[in-house]
Ligand binder design. Structure first.
Ligand SMILES: *Cc1c(COP(=O)(O)O)cnc(C)c1O
Length: 426
């Protein structure tokens, strides 16, 4: 570990939560240099929906490199890119009746968000954007200006103008927050500048696994249509099958104007895209460009992943099946400890949160205890008060259950320690 402490910037983050050196990985398992296995319920923050070193993807990458396939070619045409586009169109867009053009951005999620915001402003000629409480959209300047969490919003480097936050679904309990948004738009004296776009996650991944209802999303879409506002769905974390369907908005029957995709789209390799309705494609050639606009290895990986997992409903059905296991088991654990902790279990698909109402530090303590039990599980939410479950979608049932057993052990150990501390104090 000393090399990291001496040489790597203090900004390093996840290494602190999971302090060991990983050497190998396969499926839902990470293995450290000592040969110890860890069950991975974090999946690279949702980049590994198809698992670590997925055999279909690894095989295709090896073959591609062996035949000297183009690895980098700016945004010139390559066979790998052609095949990705064809596959994405045939297996993802066409069956869902979605008519989008594809824009390749820089390879991380925030690059896609920056692109989406810029495009919306270009098309509408307005500069304001509406985003939602607890939203997370990345940490470059434009993306962090639409991100709620105060940790990332230092006065010195956030553009504080041109963003208005509105309350997300359930922000005030039962209050209809779409009625609130509508009132602000209707009232010419509300102080809200009509935005070029709204940007929203259907399930807030970093913000606490807050789940928007179908009705709320439908109402948001109709408000956008009524007021000529573009609807951007940020599907970076909960797209690619995480919700049980390829896009997380499919269940609501809405059609966003712009969709941002990243994390798992490249099968674990860096890749990001923006989907835009054809009439929004008002860019001039090269107007929004850069060096790494299309990672050919990621195109190869993405094509194989889509062919393997999205040519039938098997993966979708498996996610729904495993969701029930995850949800029921988390609820069972919550019930067992209800005399000691107040827990709320929430989520959709294979994105679940185990929220601890008592004390904000408990979730992080449980995550630490879980790591001691060889389980990798992260926290999320404004105060890191929620343990987040994001296992690879391809995880087998046995490993999922074993990971949940380890989690239960960690929760019990934490409660026991807390009690011992209390008795010690008296
Ligand atoms: C992770 C994430 C981003 C940012 O992606 P990076 O690759 O970290 O830049 C944006 N939006 C959502 C919803 C995310 O989960």
């Amino acid at each position: 570990m000393r090399i990291f402490e001496n040489l790597e910037s203090e900004v390093r983050g996840y290494i602190r939560s999971f302090p060991t050196i990983f050497e190998k990985s396969k499926g839902a398992i990470l293995t450290n240099e000592q040969g110890e296995d860890y069950i991975d319920f974090f999946a690279g923050a949702g980049t590994l929906n198809y698992g670590h070193n997925n055999e279909h993807i690894s095989q295709a990458l090896i073959e591609y490199i062996q035949k000297d396939g183009v690895v980098h070619g700016l945004d010139m045409a390559t066979s790998a890119k052609k095949e990705f586009l064809q596959t994405f169109n045939d297996l993802i867009l066409t069956p869902r009746n979605l008519d989008y053009k594809v824009q390749f951005t820089g390879p991380t999620g925030t690059n896609a968000v920056e692109t989406a915001l810029k495009l919306a402003k270009l098309v509408k000629g307005r500069s304001n954007i509406v985003s939602f409480t607890n939203g997370f959209h990345g940490l470059t300047q434009g993306s962090s200006s639409v991100t709620g969490n105060n940790d990332y919003r230092d006065e010195a480097y956030i553009s504080r103008t041109n963003t208005t936050f509105m309350p997300y679904d359930n922000y005030f309990g039962d209050m209809n927050t779409m009625a609130y948004f509508r009132k602000f738009l209707e009232d010419s004296s509300s102080g809200l500048d009509i935005p070029a776009a709204v940007i929203v996650e259907t399930i807030q991944g970093e913000g606490g696994i807050n789940v928007a209802s179908k009705e709320w999303l439908q109402e948001l879409e109709s408000i956008c249509r009524e007021y000529d506002i573009l609807l951007i769905i940020d599907d970076i974390q909960v797209g690619n099958g995480r919700s049980g369907e390829f896009f997380s908005f499919e269940f609501a029957g809405i059609t966003p104007d712009i969709v941002t995709i990243s994390k798992s789209i490249g099968g674990g390799l860096p890749m990001a895209l923006v989907l835009l309705k054809p009439d929004l494609d008002q860019w001039k050639p090269g107007e929004h460009t850069g060096t790494f606009r299309g990672n050919n290895l990621a195109f190869v990986a993405a094509k194989v992943a889509i062919k393997q997992y999205w040519n039938n409903d098997d993966l979708s059905n498996a996610v729904k099946y495993k969701e029930k296991i995850l949800k029921d088991r988390l609820q069972e654990i919550a019930n067992k400890v209800k005399d000691d902790l107040e827990i709320v279990v929430k989520g959709r698909g294979l994105a679940y949160g185990f929220e601890i109402k008592d004390d904000n530090s408990i979730a992080s303590d449980i995550s630490k205890k879980a790591f001691e039990e060889n389980l990798i599980v992260e926290t999320c939410g404004s105060e890191d008060q929620i343990v987040k479950f994001l296992p690879p979608l391809i995880i087998d049932e046995e490993t999922l259950l074993e990971g949940l057993n380890r989690f239960e052990k960690a929760v019990h150990k934490l409660i026991e320690e807390k009690k011992e501390k209390l008795t010690g104090e008296f």
